[in-house]
Design a protein around this ligand. Sequence first.
Ligand SMILES: Nc1nc2c(ncn2[C@@H]2O[C@H](COP(=O)(O)OP(=O)(O)OP(=O)(O)O)[C@@H](O)[C@H]2O)c(=O)[nH]1
Ligand SMILES: [Mg+2]
Length: 653
Amino acid sequence: MGNSFNEKFDQHGTWRREFALRLKLLAQWLKDQDLLDASVEDRLHRLEAKVRVDKVMVAFVAEFSRGKSELINAIFFADYGRRIMPASAGRTTMCPTEMGYDPEVPPCLRLLPIESRLQPQSLMEWRMVPEKWDRTDLDVTNPRQLAEAFAKVAETRRVTQDEAQALGFWQEGKDQSGALTDAQGLIEVPKWRHALINIAHPLLKQGLIILDTPGLNAIGAEPELTVSLIPQAQAIVFILAADTGVTQSDLSIWREHLVEDDRDTSTRVVVLNKIDTLWDALDTPLQVQLQIEGQKQNTASMLGVPAGQVVAVSAQKGLLAKVNKDAALLERSCLGALEDALSQNIMGRRQRILAAAVERGVNELRGETLRVVHMRRGDLREQLMELKGLRGKNSPVIKSMRSRIVQEQAEFDAGGVKIHAVRSVHLKLLREIFNLLGPGSLKREMAQLTAALQQKGFKLGIKRAYGETFERLQANLRQVQAKGLEIHAMLKATFLQLNTDYGFSLQVPDEPLVDAYLQDLALIERSHVQYLSLGNVFRLAQNEFSERLVRALSTRLRMVHELALSDIEAWSKSAASQLDVQLRERRRNFVRRMEAIDRIAQASGGLDERIEEVSNRSADLDQVEIKLAELTNYLIQMTAPERFGIAMNEAAG
Ligand SMILES: Nc1nc2c(ncn2[C@@H]2O[C@H](COP(=O)(O)OP(=O)(O)OP(=O)(O)O)[C@@H](O)[C@H]2O)c(=O)[nH]1
Ligand SMILES: [Mg+2]
């Protein structure tokens, strides 16, 4: 199969382990050199976390019965030698099913009962209370037990119309095309709202999260799925079936969930599944091939994507071929082509983003450390001159030198008052930023939005209600930006002053920007408005629905705020700790100079030894600088595209 998705993902895992190890070595070395101050340590942690918590979510989205679950079986679970996720004719997967790996939790399947919809908490909040979920432990060595447990995601319940309505599945007088009513007038609804599968599958261990979804055209699909989960996936696999072609409901799912006006669609993989239904013994292979090509073209033009972006496969035959180790059938199923597309589009892209972030992080870390090294060097140079100046001088001169150092130190300490004043302004501004991004203001916004959405006869004003809320949220972020710039300008002036007064080498890190978060807001707004404008607006008539929707919104916004805040905190910490470090270095330097003078005065000899000692320390610093360049260069080289592959070969060899 060559460079399959699985292998590519494995390589990435190996790379991440090696990177983490290298970071550890760097941290240890910095510590040995007394260069590991709070902000450098913080940077190391952030880098480490970025590489470790590099989760990639791939969502499978399509109308029911197009083969989402079968495709997941074929790509990820064929090693179990059987079908693991339930896949059968008609509606099968009834609740969104998320597969991932968390080492803190034993292998298990957790199911959130559908009745949880009667309560206001968002899905995100339910995740925090695992005891409310129905839990089945999994025996990962037993494929049959796994399959039996996973069968639960297909479970349904029959409820009365009233219950269905309360749960958000039934609307009097509305088009009920998605609902199934039996002879007693009962309605079939999913038994579970959401499923979380935790297993130590090799890919999941590397940070892959797979999201299988039910046929989304079902009435009453979880809004959070549409407005939160799917938009956050790094990649979406959209599936059509060759035997049905592109139907109206396929198209509406594509439009509702997958087209985002200005964003590039390269993270969307379109799959034309079930090509085996076109394999006809009466046609020549060439005829079959032409037919498949024709359908691919047609699909591409219907969806408005380049034809190259449509991959034709047979999930079922691919799974069968893998289980039976039938190479010819596997080839014919074209599953390999899909795996390639996934690894190139998703992993390649993901790695490029990660590499850029890592490179930036390492460079900053090196710059910050180098500044301390330079300062040490400058201090040593001065001390050396001072000592050399004492050559052949008598004790009164030495005494006066001593009092000069004492005076210098006193002046330096007096400067501390100014620094203190700057610090308190810095903290005050930071507190204001905390308030702007804190939970209080968000809560008020959300209450206002809920009230607006619940107004009667509202329909036409949705865009406006969201528009006004998001305008305020954006203005809020811009205010945060302004305060960040204010801190930046203040620190810049102060640092400049300190650099001239005391020969420091302080440099304010680049100002924190909120642009990315403004973009996140725009994206969130769009997904909500789009969701409501596509036939879901009537559901707002139910107060519980709008409350749930706003809660989902609020959890997502909180995440954006928290990220923005942690960016600013890290930035501010890095500036503050630079100052701390240089102040500390300078104080130490005073102590050293005094010691040297005192020793010379007492023994009235040993001057040459002192001079040699200082020169040696200076030479040591040369070594430190060389080693720092070496260690950080290694990390940066690890982010070169070809290194992602090399790391794997080295580990294997
Ligand atoms: N002939 C053929 N059948 C397939 C293929 N892939 C899936 N199927 C069948 O199509 C049916 C539906 O597949 P599922 O994987 O359950 O479809 P799904 O998209 O997950 O459907 P829901 O869970 O209901 O949303 C099953 O009977 C599969 O065996 C394929 O490549 N060829
Ligand atoms: Mg399914």
